[in-house]
Design a protein around this ligand. Structure first.
Ligand SMILES: NC(=O)c1ccc[n+]([C@@H]2O[C@H](COP(=O)([O-])OP(=O)(O)OC[C@H]3O[C@@H](n4cnc5c(N)ncnc54)[C@H](O)[C@@H]3O)[C@@H](O)[C@H]2O)c1
Ligand SMILES: O=C(O)CC[C@@H](O)C(=O)O
Length: 394
């Protein structure tokens, strides 16, 4: 019996996805040395990668919880599931936008304080409700920073709700640009969003460039009483500056899906316990996509939706297949094919794709090949300068 491939989960992953793992896999939450890991927001930064680990599948969009550079150096592919939870997040953004604008959260908290007022409750409600007069969003300006899977959906639906929408994304993909409503006004300078918007929602990854993008300098440019929605990552906002801006009335409300000890005590902050992607549909979509991508890679070497390797695929026709991940430098493919020819192995098909400083080569080998024909092949390939990982799939 051939050995099963071990997959470990680091968070609760929808059964709809995990049940796709066939009998060739064993799912083991305690495994010390799995070939694959599936996770959501678990922080992997302090974790040493197991020696057998080949792939990490993030059931979700953000990958700031995974040490990508280290994974790349160790030849471990990292996947995410673009768009799979975007509708869930969009719905919560729009819900929060409308509910906060109409002071629903404050109103609910207040009305609960009347619980011991007996028959007077209806009268007190009518007397007290004037504290919670809100604003309609129709006709107001929404600034959307980041027009990816979530931002583009939020922008399009906000247009349908009657808002004037300004979008900023210097790196927008062609697909997203096609999907964006023509009513969304795209701007090339983020300052324009800060200056004009009554509500600002951010849908960008957390990177060195975006960390604390919302700070006292950017608040200074914004309209007084602007509402800021953060369904991306807490670290995009400088907490102390936000606290001050809320106290000064520069920011009217801060709706954040990433509460921490500071935001929980901020006046006018509305903390939500990271529920953006927590819908049944989104959890299933993400798990199914993550597990499929992981299995495809482990079984065929094909890559789709990686954040650190190039996407690459060859139709899998049962050939013995060699995969190699290496530096994106001249003559790597030449050196690989030369080793193959020394081993008397003939190429049936191949592809080589690059991403930033690295490249990935998939080679199908022709004919009936025995295990003995591969003896020493991977060791030899690993002696090529710039080679990071090789794998024979048989
Ligand atoms: N709250 C949640 O549960 C939840 C769920 C999903 C995603 N997220 C967060 O939301 C982020 C966005 O998710 P997505 O699915 O839309 O990702 P995405 O990759 O589809 O979109 C991100 C967009 O941000 C743009 N961008 C990058 N840097 C930018 C910058 N400096 N200024 C403006 N735009 C910039 C990119 O070009 C891209 O279009 C994720 O990275 C994640 O951190 C949170
Ligand atoms: O898994 C989750 O619940 C949240 C995921 C979300 O933050 C993401 O970046 O996709």
């Amino acid at each position: 019996m051939s050995k099963k491939t071990t997959v470990k989960t680091l968070n609760a992953i929808s059964e709809k996805g995990l049940s796709l793992l066939t009998e060739d896999y064993q799912l083991d939450e305690q495994a010390d040395n799995p070939e694959g890991i599936v996770l959501r927001s678990y922080n992997m930064h302090d974790m040493t990668f197991p020696s057998n680990l080949k792939a990490i599948a993030r059931a979700g969009a953000g990958v700031n919880n995974i040490p990508l550079d280290r994974a790349t150096e160790e030849g471990i592919v990292v996947f995410n599931t673009p768009g799979a939870n975007a509708n869930a997040v969009k719905e919560l953004v729009l819900t929060s936008l409308m509910a906060s604008s109409r002071q629903i959260f404050d109103g609910i908290m207040w009305v609960k304080t009347l619980a011991d007022q007996g028959a007077d409750v209806p009268k007190l409600v009518e007397q007290g409700k004037k504290q919670f007069v809100g604003k309609e969003i129709s006709g107001k300006t929404l600034g959307v920073i980041g027009l990816g899977a979530i931002g583009a959906r939020v922008a399009n639906d906000a247009v349908e709700l009657g808002m004037d929408v300004i979008g900023y994304d210097p790196f927008i993909s062609i697909d997203m640009a096609w999907n964006l409503s023509r009513a969304v006004q795209r701007v090339l300078d983020i300052q324009e969003v800060f200056e004009k918007a009554d509500y600002i929602t951010m849908h960008i990854p957390l990177t060195d460039d975006t960390k604390e993008m919302f700070n006292k300098d950017t608040f200074k440019v914004m309209k007084d009483n602007v509402y800021i929605l953060n369904f991306s990552r807490g670290e995009l906002v400088h907490d102390d500056d936000m606290k001050q801006a809320l106290e000064d009335g520069v920011v009217g409300k801060y709706i954040t899906d990433f509460p921490n000890a500071k935001t929980l005590t901020m006046k006018h902050a509305i903390p939500i316990p990271h529920l953006g992607a927590s819908s049944e549909e989104s959890e299933e979509n993400c798990a199914i996509m993550a597990v499929r991508q992981l299995m495809d890679y482990l079984e065929t070497g094909n890559i789709k939706n990686s954040v650190n390797f190039p996407d690459a695929a060859l139709p899998y026709r049962g050939h013995k297949r060699l995969t190699a991940f290496h530096k994106n430098i001249p003559n790597m493919v030449g050196q690989i094919t030369s080793v193959l020819s020394n081993f008397n192995l003939n190429i049936a098909d191949m592809t080589n794709r690059s991403y930033k400083e690295h490249a990935y080569t998939l080679i199908d080998l022709e004919g009936d090949i025995n295990d003995a024909d591969f003896m020493g092949l991977e060791d030899k390939l690993m002696t090529i300068d710039g080679m990071i990982m090789t794998r024979v799939i048989q």
